[in-house]
Design a protein around this ligand. Structure first.
Ligand code: ADP
Ligand code: MG
Length: 401
């Protein structure tokens, strides 16, 4: 990790009995009070095992969802404690709220091989406000600080920037290190460097996409992102999802990128204008009618995009090519996942950066056939496009003599 941030290996040699306050990213999907996807919990295990092996006592902080500064039982981290206990095969204690006297006592009473997880930090209004008093109360839960929450490094919140400002020493965890190493490899990518943008969170992403125009050799656009580009050039997009506020930016990316920006030439639409219910049809992009919703890239576009990946040196992908959760509209996303796996086998360095994108590649059974899947799309995009990561800067500041 070639930056002025300490890693676990820079922590003092004797950690036995010391409480390591670890910011993890346990923002996991829940279903009926159970963890529905444990990927992010699994991603934290190397750091936790590393600390436990040295006799340290991990105290874990995380947010889950957007409770808006109030306790919300549906967003409690308590189910995560049991999932973590199973995965780590050790005792995981749970304490609520995250900052009270109970949490402090529990942290001080932790025994060998025990882990303490405290309640959702976003149950308190001070978390997203980067509140100093809260930072002080949280910092008391540990003797040193580790940030292993890659997915929230782009947020300046109490648990990501306030706490390390008060707690020394502090270090990046093994997950953060691994993620940044993968992304650093894309900062000087083997060429051609192909990127693909899709998905639905257009407003958040399109400004970051703009910064890829100078860096990538080819930008493939699918999903609702493509609808927005089509609308920006004046095409009919029917009832497709379009980000109206992004049209100017889409036009400017198109004119700056020229031939390097590849839009779909055909799409799969849900057509409700036929009279007898709805039907799924493949149409050319200039045939999209008022009653149609574009929900995937079409067969010709899949082949063109897959061809563009053949022989690439590096590939970065953020955002599914369609509404892949519905099997009728998963084909475009799966075709790109397959092409990414083939490119990887042929020697390309391939990174999937986005929550749903990674879920789609996993559903296609191809996650272990790409080079790296990021646990946080927002942080990955921010870092790759040259932006600052406040969570990382907070660790670096503590290193300055
Ligand atoms: P990621 O999590 O990979 O960063 P986003 O959060 O931006 O990606 O978007 C993921 C979502 O985008 C998926 O749930 C998918 O169903 C949706 N999506 C993709 N294409 C379309 C489309 N054409 N219309 C509506 N939703 C789409
Ligand atoms: Mg997403």
């Amino acid at each position: 990790m070639p930056r002025p941030v300490g890693t676990l290996r820079d922590l003092p040699a004797d950690l036995a009995g010391k409480r390591g306050l670890v910011r993890v990213d346990y923002n996991v999907p829940l279903n009926a009070g159970q963890v529905a996807d444990a990927t992010r919990i699994e991603a934290s295990l190397p750091t936790l095992r590393w600390l436990l092996r040295r006799g340290a006592r991990p105290v874990l902080l995380s947010h889950l969802g957007r409770p808006g500064g109030r306790p919300d039982p549906a967003l409690s981290l308590s189910p995560v404690a049991s999932a973590l206990a199973d995965l780590l095969a050790t005792e995981v204690l749970f304490s609520a709220p995250c900052d009270g006297g109970d949490a402090l006592r529990a942290s001080r009473q932790l025994g060998t091989s025990q882990v303490l997880l405290v309640e959702n930090t976003r149950f308190l209004p001070g978390e997203t406000a980067n509140d100093e008093a809260l930072a002080g109360r949280l910092a008391r839960l540990g003797d040193f600080f580790v940030n292993d929450a890659f997915g929230t490094l782009h947020r300046a919140h109490t648990s990501t920037t306030g706490v390390p400002a008060l707690l020394t020493p502090s270090a990046a965890g093994l997950l953060v290190e691994r993620e940044l190493d993968a992304l650093d490899a894309l900062n000087r990518p083997p060429r051609p460097f192909v990127v693909a943008f899709g998905g639905a969170k257009i407003g958040d992403k399109i400004a970051l996409m703009r910064r890829f125009v100078e860096r990538a050799d080819l930008i493939l656009v699918g999903g609702a992102m493509a609808n927005t580009f089509l609308r920006a050039q004046g095409s009919e997009t029917g009832t497709s999802r379009v980000e109206e506020t992004a049209l100017d930016l889409a036009r400017s990316i198109r004119s700056a990128g020229g031939e390097r920006i590849r839009l779909p030439t055909d799409v799969l639409v849900l057509n409700r204008s036929g009279g007898e219910g709805e039907s799924v049809e493949s149409v050319e992009v200039d045939e999209i009618g008022p009653g149609m919703t574009a929900l995937d890239i079409g067969p010709e576009s899949r082949a063109r995009f897959a061809e563009a990946l053949r022989g690439c040196g590096a590939f970065f992908w953020n955002g599914p090519m369609g509404l892949f959760e519905d099997p009728r509209f998963a084909g475009g996303t799966f075709a790109i996942a397959e092409a990414a796996a083939e490119a990887t086998a042929a020697g390309a360095f391939t990174v999937i950066g986005g929550g749903e994108s990674a879920a789609a590649v996993r559903r296609a059974g191809l996650l272990d056939r790409v080079s790296h899947a990021c646990t946080g799309g927002g942080a990955a995009l921010e870092y790759l496009s040259g932006g600052r990561l406040p969570g990382l800067d907070a660790l670096a500041e503590r290193r300055r003599p």
